[in-house]
Design a protein around this ligand. Structure first.
Ligand code: CO8
Length: 258
């Protein structure tokens, strides 16, 4: 891979977008490599994925403006679909995905972060959807996911003005869960991932599925989705062992992912 590096250790996979001369901006190749990397993640040996950007300045500074600048309508649609397909893959990926945002998360960078399950960022992070200043709308899911995350009013203000916001403001509006000094960001991301990875993996994956499927439907249907997913956990070895351990007043040594 030219722009995406991947390492996996202790059930935690770390994907790093590394395109320093464009502040990690997403061109077609980066998007292809992201998709291919997710395709290769082994669900037996991985429990949580972290996505970050290389360097100390930028998570992802958006979709690649030079690639888009002369696009025709059909080329723009194709590029939009490429990004949307990858981001939807991340959003519906069976494992939790944490965005560790280490600087600029603008346009497609903010949209990539929003397709992840949990966002944490460094103090120097900057978020925004500056697309209207470039004569376009957000095109990698921003018009849809920002409103779902921070509410309609705030999302419309951010998108219509193209204003950037800093980490503290992103925390205040619920766009990120935590803000850390840059030097601690990855350590905190791994700590969070490790906490998740210690729990019963099938139950964690099932929770993601229940939340994501339920949020897109009405409460009556959502509750039925939960009932089915919840009850499916009762055929797992991990459920049987965890409840037995509780009743015997001991800790589960390690979940089996079975
Ligand atoms: N695309 C391409 N190149 C970029 C991008 C980008 N998004 N962002 C930065 N770069 C490049 C710069 O051109 C520059 O290259 P060079 O050194 O060759 O001139 C290099 O990265 C460093 O950038 P700067 O010199 O500008 O660094 P600064 O520290 O001065 O500024 C900023 C940092 C503020 C982040 C600035 O680079 C910037 O404003 N970047 C663009 C941010 C932006 O507008 N992002 C949104 C892009 S549009 C988008 O994401 C739409 C998504 C949906 C697409 C759907 C398609 C259909």
């Amino acid at each position: 891979m030219e722009f995406v590096s991947y390492k996996s250790e202790n059930f935690i996979a770390v994907l790093t977008i590394n395109r320093p001369n464009a502040l990690n901006a997403l061109n077609s190749k980066v998007l292809d490599e992201l998709r291919e990397t997710f395709d290769k993640i082994d669900l037996e040996t991985t429990r949580v994925v972290i996505i970050t950007g290389a360097g100390e300045k930028s998570f992802v500074a958006g979709a690649d403006i030079s690639e888009m600048s002369t696009a025709s309508i059909s080329e723009a649609e194709k590029f939009g679909k490429k990004g949307n397909d990858v981001f939807r893959k991340i959003e519906t990926f069976p494992l939790p995905v944490i965005a560790a945002i280490n600087g600029f998360a603008l346009g497609g960078g903010c949209e990539l972060a929003m397709s992840c399950d949990i966002r944490i960022c460094s103090e120097n992070a900057v978020f925004g959807q500056p697309e209207v200043g470039l004569g376009i709308t957000p095109g990698f899911g921003g018009t849809q996911r920002l409103a779902r995350l921070v509410g309609l009013g705030k999302a419309k203000e951010l998108i219509y003005t193209g204003n950037n916001i800093k980490a503290e403001e992103a925390l205040k509006i619920g766009l990120v869960n935590h803000v850390y000094p840059l030097e601690n960001l990855m350590e905190e991301a791994v700590k969070l991932a490790a906490k998740i990875a210690k729990n019963a993996p099938i139950a964690v994956r099932a929770s993601k599925k229940a939340i994501n499927t339920g949020i897109d439907t009405d409460m009556d249907r959502a509750i039925i989705i939960e009932e089915k997913i919840f009850s499916s956990c009762f055929e797992t070895e991990d459920q049987k062992e965890a409840m037995k351990a509780f009743l015997e007043k001991r800790k589960v040594e390690a979940f089996k992912n079975k």
